[in-house]
Design a protein around this ligand. Structure first.
Ligand code: NI
Length: 136
């Protein structure tokens, strides 16, 4: 085993510990190991996608973050060819949920996902798809 030390915002750690308690974890290290495993699995799920797909990208972001709206709009315009439509929900005073319906080349969709994830202020971004290799 390797030992690492990481810095986290206090509220993020509190929330993580709350979830660990709810799930019955006795060790924070085990919780972090499982969280990293999920992260890796999610990454492998996305990276194995190929061909044409249809699905949704959900993002949650802080609309007060600098230029976040402009950057998200720019990204969606750059990838308009794989975006069918989007839905915007004002979650609370600061957070917005956007559900983007995507369809087309999986590589383009992955690029879009990464672009959205890289925008500062985006706290969550997930691609969901059940439809791969749409038949002719
Ligand atoms: Ni909003």
């Amino acid at each position: 085993m390797e030992r690492i030390s990481i810095s986290l915002p206090e509220r993020l750690l509190e929330e993580f510990d709350r979830i660990l308690k709810e799930k019955g974890y006795v060790s924070r290290s085990e919780g972090i190991r499982d969280a990293i495993r999920s992260y890796i699995l999610e990454h492998s799920f996305v990276s194995q996608l190929s061909g044409d797909i249809a699905g949704t990208i959900s993002i949650i972001y802080d609309h007060d973050a600098a230029n976040v709206l402009e950057r998200l709009t720019d990204a969606q315009h750059d990838f308009a060819e794989v975006i069918d439509s989007s839905l915007h929900i004002h979650l609370d005073r600061h957070h917005c949920l956007e559900v983007i319906v995507v369809r087309g080349d999986s590589n383009k969709i992955k690029q879009l996902l990464n672009r959205l994830k890289s925008v500062k202020g985006v706290k969550y971004a997930k691609l969901t798809t059940n439809v791969t290799e749409i038949p002719e």
